[in-house]
Design a protein around this ligand. Structure first.
Ligand code: EPZ
Length: 419
């Protein structure tokens, strides 16, 4: 098993450029199933979730290729609508093929999606959206069948602004007869990026002032070349790493606007984050009082674990509440092993920021929890052995390369036993 060996060695310095967005890449790769290819997606991160998605496309009979960070997808040879097997079962975003396959093939058979163990993660909203657009859904234990003669536009109101259900609704609606309106649609930048990709190809999609998405279907979609925006969660993770280690770094392609909420919190802690990507984390930092995760543009759930790590040594008390997923505070247990003073009360972590963290043997509970433990280990005294690197590799193209260029002592090591 691979694990990370990290030695806390003082402030970070230097500059980096962050990878393209994982959570934009995944729905856009699914969108390449619609219309004729080949599309080229540039700045596409080389991470396991993307590689799994490309394997799923290949299983569908879709030709894909990669030249460095440019991925080509040509769906003209698609030959089936079955999303099954290891890759489909271990990533959450396999469900995003549902809308595109119904639109392209009139059917979809897929395994219940996997993904990080951060809560129950049902897909009821996805299935409801497809039924409203005219599809029939048949659910077995682990397999879901969906089919439709022809998707028809409809009005949909999501009971919660689910990112994935919004994206699936968009992918089906661009193939539906007539207009679809999605009310209470998610506003995450990755949803906007999917819409930009589809509009560039010829789709007609507008967001009204009340936030509803209006999609007029059945417009021909042409192949395009499209470059992904930087990954705001990876960038936000490195901001939290700087908060843990202190120092002065620069993120050359910092998606400043998309990180408004996290930057506001880090500046409340005492950091300075400039729009040009220059970041100062001079001690002492301080706690933030109360904060709850929220749908965009609120504080993103994906940065809750890295922020938890930063708050452990920020001085003062903080109360960090998770409102999006029902089991996403598990990183606290591993941080406590490193000396953190964190108490879980319901869906909140009460953090006493006066602790000093020490190196420890710990294990990543999931993707962003693993990234949080990297941040904590960088600021801890001594050596940390962090197991579960495979989780981190799902979303971070090369966390060692990135952090080494900021002066961190971090190495990927092959071990013979699970940590
Ligand atoms: C996307 O997941 C992201 N993943 C997640 O990032 C991110 O945390 C999440 O959005 C919230 O921003 C990708 O884009 C691939 P949701 P998604 O549907 O679409 C409930 C990462 O670390 N829900 O907005 O699965 C759900 O249980 C990952 O990069 C239903 O109840 O998130 C959750 O409580 C982790 N029924 C809430 O909605 C449904 O049918 C938000 O989930 C769908 C969701």
């Amino acid at each position: 098993m691979s694990y990370l060996k990290i030695v806390g060695n003082g402030p970070l310095t230097g500059e980096i450029t962050v990878q393209g967005s994982k959570n934009a890449a995944l729905p856009i790769l699914a969108a390449c199933l619609i219309g004729e290819g080949p599309c080229v997606i540039e700045n596409c991160p080389q991470i396991r979730d993307v590689e799994d998605t490309l394997s799923i496309l290949n299983q569908l009979g879709v030709r894909t290729g990669r030249k460095a960070s440019a991925v080509s997808v040509d769906a003209s040879g698609i030959r089936n609508a079955s999303v099954r097997g290891l890759q489909a079962e271990r990533i959450r975003s396999s469900v995003l093929f549902l809308g595109a396959l119904l639109g392209r093939m009139g059917e979809a058979v897929f395994s219940r999606p996997g993904g990080c163990a951060i809560g129950s993660r049902p897909i009821d909203l996805h299935l409801e959206v497809m039924e409203v657009l005219g599809a029939r859904i048949f659910q077995e234990e682990e397999i879901i069948h969906a089919d439709v003669k022809s998707l028809r536009g409809a009005s949909i109101r999501l009971r919660m602004p689910s990112v994935g259900a919004t994206e699936n609704g968009i992918l089906a609606a661009v193939c539906a007869d007539g207009e679809t309106v999605i009310e209470n649609a998610a506003r995450e930048p990755e949803v906007e990026e999917l819409c930009r990709f589809l509009v560039l190809r010829g789709a007609k999609i507008l967001r009204s002032p009340d936030g509803a998405l209006h999609i007029w279907g059945k417009r021909p979609l042409s192949p395009v070349q499209f470059s992904l925006q930087p990954d705001r969660i990876v960038a936000g993770t490195y901001l939290c790493a700087a908060a843990c280690c202190k120092g002065k770094i620069r993120i050359c392609n910092l998606p400043y606007q998309e990180l408004e909420a996290p930057i506001g919190i880090l500046e409340k802690m005492g950091m300075k984050v400039a729009p040009d990507g220059n970041i100062w984390a001079n001690p002492p930092l301080k706690g933030i009082g109360y904060l709850a995760t929220e749908p965009y543009p609120g504080f993103p759930t994906d940065l809750q674990p890295p922020l938890m790590a930063a708050l452990c040594t920020a001085g003062g008390q903080s109360r960090l509440c998770e409102t999006i997923f029902d089991n996403r505070l598990t990183t606290a247990g591993q941080l406590r092993k490193m000396g953190a003073h964190i108490e879980i009360r319901g869906n909140c972590a009460v953090i006493d920021g006066t602790s000093c963290l020490h190196g420890e043997t710990v294990s990543a509970p999931d993707l962003r929890g693993g990234a949080a433990l990297v941040c904590a280990a960088l600021g801890a005294k001594g050596e940390t052995m962090l197991g579960g690197y495979d989780y981190i590799a799902r979303g971070y193209e090369n966390i060692c390369r990135d952090l080494k260029s900021l002066g961190a002592d971090i190495n990927l090591t092959e071990g013979i036993t699970d940590l």
